[in-house]
Design a protein around this ligand. Sequence first.
Ligand code: KG4
Ligand code: ZN
Length: 335
Amino acid sequence: MKILGIESSCDETAVSVVEDGRKILSNTILSQIDIHQLYGGVVPEIAARAHCEAISGLAKKAIREAGGLETIEAIAVTNAPGLIGALLVGMNFAKSLAFSAGKPLVPVHHLKGHVAANYITHPDLTPPFTALIASGGHSHIVEVLDYTTYKIIGHTRDDAAGEAFDKAARVLGLGYPGGAKMEELAKTGDPTAISFPKVHFPDSPYDFSFSGVKTAVINYIHTKKQTQTAYSAPDVAAAFTEAVCGVLTEKAVLAAEMSGCGKLVLAGGVGANSFLREGLENACRQKGIRLYLPQKALCGDNGAMIASQGYYEYLAGKTAGYDLNAYATMSIENA
Ligand code: KG4
Ligand code: ZN
């Protein structure tokens, strides 16, 4: 069964067709990074307008490459969470397509989509499992009870991991988005050269806090600049990466160990980070936990992950009417 997936929650317009939730038949994407780089971050109204310009062409290509609209069973679309203007572009396009072609409309929670990228990478992966979701807007540890039922067991109390990466990168003058550039810089740095804080909550072992490490990096750089003292940017990047990825790894692996499922899945844009991937690999090997890493190309926002999750939502009967709305925030438990 072929499902069309549409993603426009942030700064990537993406349309893809996936078969039976696992096999990519077409995958089109247009990143707006070049536009937003000028402003040092995503400008919501510009993002919405850019989605508007790109979406029809991408959909046409994705549908053609997958064998035509008549072969597609349902239209899946991200309806939450994300930038509201950006979401509305993808959603209204999906509604119009579903209406005109007489196909069911399937709303998809963006973070469930990130997890579903793993169903494409690992055809053998089935719930239940524990998942670490680390993106630009969210950092969660969840139990995936079945394909559509999620339980949050930990979340960030302030900044998301990706957000912390972007802000630390900004103060290092690396530009937006900073995650991948921080990773490159960290490769030549010494993670033990500086000690940045790792936050733990005694009463909530699976919750995160990344605003402290972000502020520590900002203060470190500002102090060095004010006192005109030299510092090593690669060491800052490496120590920051160690602090953030260390905490993500520790808590996610503990959660997977406690869940009893013995399976841990990584998801979200930060999931492309090789230090995080290696850290999880080492920790999971030691604990006897089976680790599933999404292919790097599917870590960031894409349409295939929405089509994959859309397939499972559709099988569970979760279709929507034409009065479907978009939401800037929505708990993954309520989607
Ligand atoms: O999941 P995603 O593509 O979009 C959201 O749903 O937010 O995540 C984007 C985030 C950005 O903050 C970006 O800097 C970060 O993922 N990111 C990385 C890497 N690649 C992207 N962070 C660390 N290391 C990377 N290699
Ligand atoms: Zn995302």
